[in-house]
Design a protein around this ligand. Structure first.
Ligand code: SF4
Length: 292
């Protein structure tokens, strides 16, 4: 894949647990204001400070002139494209306008109801909008509330192909909150179990102290380390993921797993198969092997 300026290959490390296939990753902002305790991207310096990328629109347009038109662009994976400042800045909106102009296939991933503002543009593109709703408002202090997101999701779903990310599943916290899926009634669900690093563990137990001993046992004693993250024991991961998958099946919704190394039945993990021009360009969706 070509080396561009602001469009980057998704998962350049080729994680063995990622089933996404080929796509590009694009973050209009560096850093994220939602400050989720479980965030996987806090290895990025000053991560809670939202910064605009220098000369972003000019660099993006240069990249778009060189981009292979068959490749999907995923926005965003290591920040949210709709921080509160976006309401005034409209940087993400201007990027979407460019994507539209260049006929880019777009996967929007967000926790913000502000995405609804841009449905006028998105509805005229080949795109899929993915909204993360976990039901864990306590752990997502500065993100829009679960209720606000469910309401936004319904509006999205009525306008463009919509994916619900019930992700992450946090044992003892939201593993039984499957009514969120039913309330959203999405076409596709992406789910995964919580992966921990020591910094995210500390933030989570600061917010929910009673979870400390259970998480410590399940992750650091009985779980396994894969790459830089601690995972739950594989039998428990399988149990939790299959529970969500079965629930989705019961309401006629497809379900894919993210970075789990566990087979799923949906055509893609991230829901790109809902786009109007989906082509499976990514080789192995399983066995080969996504953060908002
Ligand atoms: S988990 Fe996603 S939405 Fe939450 S702080 Fe991290 S990047 Fe932002």
């Amino acid at each position: 894949m070509k080396q561009l300026r602001v469009l980057k290959p998704f998962d350049p490390w080729k994680s063995e647990l990622c089933t996404c296939g080929e796509k590009m990753s694009f973050n209009p902002y560096t850093g994220c204001a939602h400050q989720c305790d479980y965030c996987y991207a806090t290895y990025i310096p000053r991560f809670w400070e939202v910064r605009e990328k220098k000369d972003l629109l000019r660099r993006l347009e240069k990249d778009l002139k060189e981009l292979d038109s068959d490749v999907f662009v995923s926005m965003s994976n290591s920040s949210d494209p709709y921080p509160p400042v976006e309401r005034e800045r409209k940087l993400t909106r201007r990027c979407i306008q460019l994507f539209k102009e260049y006929g880019v296939k777009l996967l929007v991933v967000t926790k913000s109801d502000l995405v609804v503002r841009d449905l006028d543009l998105l509805s005229e593109m080949d795109c899929v909008v993915s909204m993360t709703i976990t039901g864990c408002d306590k752990l997502e202090k500065f993100a829009p509330s679960t209720e606000e997101r469910i309401e936004a999701f319904r509006e999205i779903r009525d306008t463009v192909p919509a994916v619900l990310r019930f992700d992450p599943i946090i044992p003892f916290v939201n593993d039984s909150q499957l009514e969120i899926i039913e309330l959203c009634d999405p076409e596709h669900v992406v789910t995964s179990t919580l992966k921990l690093r020591f910094d995210s563990y500390k933030r989570i137990v600061k917010t929910i102290p009673w979870l400390a001993s259970a998480l410590e046992k399940l992750y650091f004693e009985e779980g396994e380390r894969i790459g830089s993250y601690y995972y739950l024991p594989s039998d428990l991961r399988l149990f939790l993921l299959k529970k969500v998958e079965r629930f989705c099946e019961s309401i006629g919704t497809t379900c894919g797993f993210c970075r789990e190394g566990i087979d799923f039945k949906a055509e893609t993990c991230d829901g790109r198969h809902l786009s109007s021009s989906f082509k499976n360009v990514g080789g192995s969706y399983f066995g080969g092997w996504d953060v908002v």
